[in-house]
Design a protein around this ligand. Structure first.
Ligand code: FAD
Length: 310
């Protein structure tokens, strides 16, 4: 069995594997797609001490850094079930889609998350060419330009307020007849001179010139009219979904499906830790996921030296 088995090979999982392996304990990492969301990212400019890098480059460097250590890397492996140990100090089991099972004394879960998409024509084509999902990451690329934010929940309204300080104009588009964000956020947004709110609007298509986004088409759900906004950027903020469906029933999840963790990365089950975008930790960013992964691995090590094996 592994001393530490990491499930998920994004920034959180890679950091956890490296921190665990550096303790000289048996470490494995299983990932559906090593690199995680970083693989889908173009420019990264907020990874502190690296002014600019690109997602695929960072993903390759994550893999290379993990391979510097004695870590069992199991790429292209999807975990389908977690069975916690039945007694303190016992082994937890992770079942894989291919039928194999992995056993470990401690586990670090870092399966990450995925942004919910609008699923309209043009969205996939113009991803990273004007269609964006992370205002903290890509906001500065749209300095002085016109953008829309899709989604009137807290994250959409926060994104619109944030972007209004950078861009020339921001239009918030909400499907429903009213925004769902906290009243104080709505009031803040409506007080901004360069922000417009459109409700009862269904986004129908991302327009572009082949190289970049030029506009957003939507249907006015009250009149049925089709309308277009000219703009350079679209931030989709209709939900970040944690990849935790397979963990239901095994450990505590929040109402949003995030793995509940404490300040040490401990889940509701002793010996099972978690890190990164899949957890309740606020702010989903690479630098944060890595710190959380390191923390979870150190907590797993701390757990191991305190528990007698059975
Ligand atoms: P992820 O990166 O999501 O990795 C999850 C890992 O778990 C993957 O290896 C996945 O294949 C694996 N996995 C999932 N389910 C299973 C399973 N059942 N079994 C096995 N493996 C599984 N952040 C920044 O700081 N700066 C940026 O500029 C930036 N830009 C971004 C741009 C885009 C387009 C996107 C989508 C995100 C961006 N982010 C950025 C956010 C950043 O990528 C995430 O915060 C970070 O990758 C989270 O790391 P993680 O390890 O928690 O999860």
């Amino acid at each position: 069995p592994y001393d530490v088995l990491v499930v998920g090979g994004g920034p959180a999982g890679a950091a956890a594997a490296i921190y665990a392996a550096r303790k000289g304990i048996r470490t494995g990492i299983a990932a559906e797609r090593f690199g995680g969301q970083v693989l889908d990212t173009m420019g990264i400019e907020n990874f502190i001490s690296v002014s600019h890098t690109e997602g695929p480059k960072m993903a390759a460097e994550l893999a290379a850094h993990v391979k510097d250590y004695e870590v069992d890397v199991m790429d292209l492996q999807t975990a389908t079930r977690l069975v916690p140990a039945t007694q303190p100090g016992g082994l937890a089991t992770v079942e894989l889609q291919n039928g194999a099972t992995l056993k470990a004394r401690t586990i670090v879960l870092s399966p990450g998350a995925r942004w919910r998409q609008m699923n309209v024509p043009g969205e996939a084509e113009y991803r990273n060419k004007g269609v964006a999902y992370c205002p903290h990451c890509d906001g500065p690329l749209f300095k002085g330009k016109r953008v829309a934010v899709i989604g009137g929940g807290n994250s959409g309204v926060e994104a619109a307020i944030d972007l209004a300080g950078l861009v020339s104009h921001v239009t918030l588009i909400e499907f429903d007849g009213q925004l769902r964000a906290d009243a104080v956020l709505q009031a803040k947004l409506r007080s901004l001179p360069n922000a417009t709110v459109i409700v009862s609007a269904q986004s129908t298509e991302v327009h572009g010139d082949g190289a970049k986004v030029t506009g957003l088409a939507y249907k006015d759900r009250t009149s049925g009219e089709q309308k277009t906004i000219e703009l350079e950027g679209i931030f989709v903020q209709i939900g970040l979904v944690p990849n935790t469906e397979w963990l239901k029933g095994a450990i505590e999840l929040s109402p949003r499906g995030e793995i509940e963790i404490d300040a040490r990365g401990q889940t509701s089950v002793p010996g099972i830790f978690a890190a990164g975008d899949a957890t309740t930790v606020p702010y989903k960013q690479i630098v944060i996921a890595m710190g959380e992964g390191a923390k979870a691995a150190l907590s797993a090590f701390d757990h191991l030296i305190r528990s007698a094996p059975v």
